[in-house]
Design a protein around this ligand. Structure first.
Ligand code: DX5
Ligand code: ZN
Length: 221
């Protein structure tokens, strides 16, 4: 069986009890904490920054924290998040003036680096940096909000990226973000994803363990 990672997006968690929520979702079987950073500039919403990431580390969260930067400019946030305990930092190529520099800065800060593609963003941004990436994240909704529906054209795009990753021979995670649910996760995995962000599907249910178990059950089919 493939090695799949479930990454709950804390955007749909109860922010008034964030430490407990993150603890609960990890106890429920999640692998990675997906941390959405929005700046009301690159995307039309405003969320959380490095202080909150550090607060989760200080609270005792040990799991990898996957920081999804939806901010412009990107670079000034990289070192702050690395210092705050980020494990993976991903950013959108449209938000960086010098994509290769941003990737190098993430790696130099000791984190894994990833590029994020919006639903209508072409894959050519991969052409000259793929050899430096640890993660490729495809958005299956337009970024900014939780609870949106999965955009079906992402499946074909996932297949293209899966082919490119396999051809590269490199160990690159293929992450999917937006509208991932129990009832579509198998199809998304079949298209090539191996890391699944899910916000509302998990946090809007009372029993996080039941949702994560149902997702793993679908992935094992
Ligand atoms: C959207 C964020 C997502 C979001 C996913 O811009 O990047 O991580 O929280 O939420 P769901 O799983 O509810 O679509
Ligand atoms: Zn995200």
């Amino acid at each position: 069986m493939a090695d799949y990672l479930i990454a709950p997006s804390i955007l749909s968690a109860d922010f008034a009890r964030l430490g407990e929520e993150v603890d609960a979702v990890l106890q429920a079987g999640a692998d990675v904490v997906h941390f959405d950073v929005m700046d009301n500039h690159f995307v039309p919403n405003l969320t959380i920054g490095p202080m909150v990431c550090k607060a989760l580390r200080d609270y005792g969260i040990k799991a990898p924290i996957d920081v999804h930067l939806m901010v412009q400019p990107v670079d000034r946030m990289i070192d702050d998040f690395a210092a705050a305990g980020a494990s993976i930092i991903t950013f959108h190529p449209e938000a960086s003036t010098h994509i290769d520099r941003s990737v190098q800065q993430i790696k130099a800060a000791g984190c894994q680096a990833g590029l994020v593609f919006n639903p209508a963003t072409p894959l050519h941004y991969l052409d000259y940096v793929m050899d430096k990436l640890d993660v490729i994240l495809l958005m299956s909704v337009n970024p900014g909000f939780g609870g949106q529906s999965f955009i079906p054209s992402t499946l074909a795009k996932l297949k293209q990226v899966r082919q490119r990753i396999d051809a590269s021979g490199r160990d690159i995670r293929l992450e999917i973000d937006g509208g991932v649910k129990v009832d579509n996760i198998a199809e998304i995995a079949a298209a090539g994803a191996d890391m699944f962000v899910a916000g509302s599907a998990i946090f809007n249910q009372p029993d996080y363990a039941a949702v994560i178990a149902a997702m793993r059950n679908e992935l094992a089919k």
